[in-house]
Design a protein around this ligand. Structure first.
Ligand SMILES: NC(=O)c1ccc[n+]([C@@H]2O[C@H](COP(=O)([O-])OP(=O)(O)OC[C@H]3O[C@@H](n4cnc5c(N)ncnc54)[C@H](O)[C@@H]3O)[C@@H](O)[C@H]2O)c1
Length: 399
């Protein structure tokens, strides 16, 4: 581990998955860290030593505040950059940059949020001091956020000033990839686009295998045994969700259009993904007939197994499709917070139950988890949206 830099006082702005992981990483190395979040309740929890994100364990405590301190030497910006019609909503980032400009305290500003190529040059630099800007995208996966932060696949440092890049590099162990701002920004998008492309490819092959009566599992295993392709990230299913892959793919498509390039492949990746939810509902219909008036149990709401996070969950388009066809929907998830998020979205339009298969005409397992099989009853037709332990016993969307 690199020696800590006692001269640096770190401020992490935005304490979600990325900000918390970043703060815990630096604090556990012995760096002085203060976290900032506009959510005061979150700051209070952190100051009590409780983590607002269950998977991010506080190995070392750090202080949090709802206002940005004036004496930090490095500000890591980790605020959300959600989707909007133009591709990306930069309002939180702009708000933080404006506040930092007013302070003008000489601190280095590190963009850790995912931002579309050109954002640092065109949006951030005019609002801060461009001599003090570094792009340092995060690549962690939810479900293993801290593990990824402590063992990153790469630490990308984009700077236009080598000394500044060196200063930020000193805070990490690597492996490093040094570059300029726009390249660092595009590496993040290209990485997520590559993962999304792989998943849509896998889903398309799996759909074809099912139609041809081939074994999806064996076909994908056979492809993954080629060392040029790698067997990981080869799970077929209802598509990729979460707070990153769909939004980043969409933002990249919009960025391409702005520079006059038509990203045909990326658009197809998006379309294949969007189509999977409808395919699942159509498959159920072929098994139990017209869905109008039928009660369908839907199990698993997180965007992937084991997460308390429904952002971009593929259960949303599945429910929308079921409701469009006149079905009644009853949902279940292990995490109360996931169920609450669906209650906020659907209210009385759907039902909620601890005993979801009771009275159901059919069941869809959208996000399976360990133990889901215990809920399943033999008399209710069931289709899995994704493979999970013991999935071979059940019909799946594309196996
Ligand atoms: N979640 C991931 O797996 C992941 C992985 C890599 C990169 N990213 C990117 O990192 C960024 C943050 O993602 P996240 O998942 O951690 O977000 P998040 O929604 O989990 O957390 C963001 C936090 O920022 C706070 N916030 C919002 N506006 C603020 C402001 N003006 N000042 C201070 N705090 C503010 C919110 O209250 C929230 O606590 C996004 O750009 C995202 O695309 C996310």
């Amino acid at each position: 581990m690199t020696k800590i830099d006692e001269n640096e006082k770190i401020c992490v702005i935005g304490l979600g998955f990325v900000g918390l992981s970043t703060a815990v990483y630096f604090a556990s190395r012995g760096q002085e860290v203060v976290g900032v979040d506009t959510d005061e309740g979150k700051c209070e929890m952190i100051n009590r030593g409780e983590s607002p994100v269950s998977e991010i364990e506080f190995l070392v405590r750090f202080k949090a505040s709802s206002s940005i301190p004036s004496n930090a030497s490095v500000y890591f910006i980790c605020v959300p950059t959600p989707s909007n019609e133009d591709g990306i909503d930069l309002s939180c980032l702009i708000q933080v940059c404006n506040e930092l400009r007013e302070r003008n305290d000489g601190g280095v500003v590190v963009i850790r949020s995912t931002v579309t190529p050109g954002t640092t040059k065109n949006v951030v630099a005019p609002r801060t001091n461009s001599d003090r800007l570094v792009v340092n995208p995060e690549f962690l996966q939810e479900g293993k956020a801290l593990k990824d932060s402590f063992n990153p696949s790469r630490v990308v440092i984009g700077s236009e000033n080598p000394e500044l890049g060196d200063r930020i590099q000193k805070l990490y162990d690597g492996p490093f990839l040094r570059t300029d701002w726009v390249t660092a920004e595009l590496i993040k998008y290209a990485s997520n686009a590559a993962l999304a492309t792989k998943l849509s490819f896998v889903n398309e092959i799996a759909n074809i295998a099912k139609l041809l009566g081939a074994s999806t599992e064996k076909v994908l295993k056979g492809v993954g045994m080629d060392q040029r392709f790698s067997p990981s990230y080869m799970e077929p299913g209802i598509g990729f969700g979460g707070s990153c892959l769909p939004k980043d793919l969409y933002a990249l498509i919009k960025s391409c259009e702005r520079v006059g390039y038509d990203p045909k492949l990326l658009k197809s990746v998006y379309e294949v993904n969007e189509g999977q939810a409808k395919r699942l509902v159509e498959l159920l219909e072929t098994r139990i007939g017209n869905l109008k008036g039928k009660l369908i149990a839907l199990l698993g709401l997180g965007f992937k197994e084991g997460v308390e996070d429904v952002r971009g969950s593929r259960s949303f388009p599945v429910i929308d499709e079921l409701l469009d066809r006149g079905a009644r929907v009853k949902i279940y998830d292990l995490f109360e917070s996931n169920v609450e998020a669906f209650k906020n979205r659907y209210g009385d339009s759907i039902e909620y139950s601890e005993n979801p298969l009771k009275g159901a005409d059919g069941c869809l397992v959208t996000t399976p988890w360990k133990g889901v099989n215990a809920l399943i009853r033999g008399d209710v037709p069931i289709i899995f949206g994704r493979p999970y332990m013991g999935f071979e016993k059940f019909e799946g969307l594309n196996w």
